[in-house]
Design a protein around this ligand. Structure first.
Ligand code: PGA
Ligand code: ZN
Length: 428
């Protein structure tokens, strides 16, 4: 039984306040979780409760902390921490709005995850084991964002994330070694070509070089891979988060890419030409977040080329939006960010729906993060085989990778690293 629920303010990786929750059970289990925060938020995400006024540069979370201490805590004390569905349903009911605007998605997500961690701790299990039982042995293939653009960096790249995916490894640890070697090679290469300013890092630990064209960034990834001694397309493949809503002009219905204006058809042509030029195996949010039909057109092209299409802003981890996406064949994968929807139960529903439909689910961080490592456990516990959590740099990113290294060590010979197979669309 839950005997205590407490909220507090901590800071995230951008220096913004965020909410941390602690849940304590009678059995002595303590669970702690913090809410992350996005910069390129989808328009259908759960609402973040932030204070008004100038304190903390307008980003305070005092109200959200108070919600935990004075509204959520009294409602949860006495409940069985193992009844996640019941507790999450109660949180949704207490809030009463579709977007969780009364209690705040940030208060709710911190509590929901802390409840699961308290239940796991009470059972004496790591979270991944508590969630996944004996089936929790698949290590995730990491998508590492090592060149940052869009809303995450002060450069002119329109695409938000240029990621490396170290598929040619047989363990998570080896995958991280490849990733780090490519990351370091890229650093040297960028210094040679653009000078030292080019290796300042963006919000997710990737470099933010003064590049203008998306192709330039992809070429740099290919060159860095070769320089590190790996074969592009074999040992390392690439993934993009286009985050297209960020450079879509709604009134005129055009995308502004590399200084050119493209309508939907031209945008799809441009993306396909990139797929034909580079070994990119995953493309997230290629189009505007309301354009389900456009997504479906692009997904048909991408699938022919063995490329996953991922919905992030498109779905905002919302089961209703995912259902619509499945109906029209909008994507072959869904990005899962628990704080976009608010509760663990709803995020689990999204993962299960995706898997039943033959789609991939990718567990993801936000650009604003804390040292919280819950998502590492979610990736293993839910067997998604994929995680996206930034570059192998900055403590809030390495916290997740380091937790995965510990989990792989704990699993020992049981651990399985799926490699390239997990990127094939439509294969179970
Ligand atoms: P965000 O970006 O956390 O700033 O929303 C991450 C993403 O778009 O995947
Ligand atoms: Zn995204």
């Amino acid at each position: 039984r839950i005997i205590d629920v407490r909220g507090r303010m901590i800071l995230d990786s951008r220096g913004d306040p965020t909410v941390e929750a602690e849940v304590v059970t009678e059995g002595g289990g303590v669970g702690r979780a913090a809410a992350p925060a996005g910069a390129s938020r989808g328009r259908h995400e759960a609402v973040e409760l932030r204070d008004e006024g100038r304190a903390w540069a307008g980003r305070g979370v005092e109200r959200a902390v108070n919600v935990i201490n004075s509204v959520i805590a009294p409602a949860l004390i006495g409940l069985d921490s193992r009844k996640q569905r019941e507790i999450d349903a109660l949180l949704c009911k207490l809030d009463g709005t579709h977007e969780k605007r009364i209690l705040g998605g940030n208060s709710i997500v911190a509590v929901s995850l802390a409840v699961a961690k308290a239940a796991a701790a009470t059972a004496g299990l790591p979270l991944y084991r508590y969630l996944g039982g004996p089936g929790a042995y698949v290590m995730p293939v990491p998508l590492l964002n090592i060149i940052n653009g869009g809303a995450h960096a002060g450069n002119e790249l329109s695409f938000q994330e240029f990621m490396i995916v170290p598929v040619g490894a047989d363990s998570f640890r080896e995958a991280m070694r490849i990733a780090v070697e490519v990351y370091k090679a890229l650093r040297r290469l960028l210094i040679e070509k653009y000078g030292k300013m080019a290796v300042n890092v963006g919000d997710e630990g990737g470099f933010a070089p003064p590049m203008r064209e998306n192709r330039e960034a992809l070429s740099a990834l290919v060159d860095a891979t070769k320089r590190a001694g790996y074969e592009p397309g074999v040992d390392v493949v690439y993934a993009l988060d286009v985050a297209a809503s960020q450079f879509y002009n709604e009134e005129r219905g055009v995308y502004i890419v590399d200084g050119k204006e493209l309508d939907r058809e031209k945008m799809i042509e441009y993306l396909v030409s990139i797929l034909d030029e580079f070994p990119v195996r995953s493309v997230e949010d290629p189009l505007y977040e309301e354009d389900f039909e456009g997504f479906a057109v692009f997904t048909r092209e991408a699938s022919k080329r063995g490329v996953l299409v991922v919905g992030d802003d498109l779905y905002t981890t919302n089961p209703e939006r995912l259902e619509r996406g499945i109906r029209v064949g909008a994507t072959t994968a869904v990005l899962v960010k628990v704080n976009q929807i608010g509760t663990l139960t709803e995020a689990l529903e999204v993962v299960n729906m995706a898997h039943r439909a033959g789609m991939r689910a990718i567990i993801s961080h936000r650009s604003g993060e804390t040292e919280d490592t819950t998502i590492a456990h979610l990736a293993v516990g839910l067997g998604t085989g994929l995680i996206k959590t930034g570059a192998p740099a900055r403590g809030e990113r390495t916290a997740k990778y380091n937790e995965l290294l510990r989990i792989e060590e704990e699993l020992g010979g049981e651990a399985f690293y799926p490699g390239e197979t997990v990127l094939r669309p439509g294969e179970p």
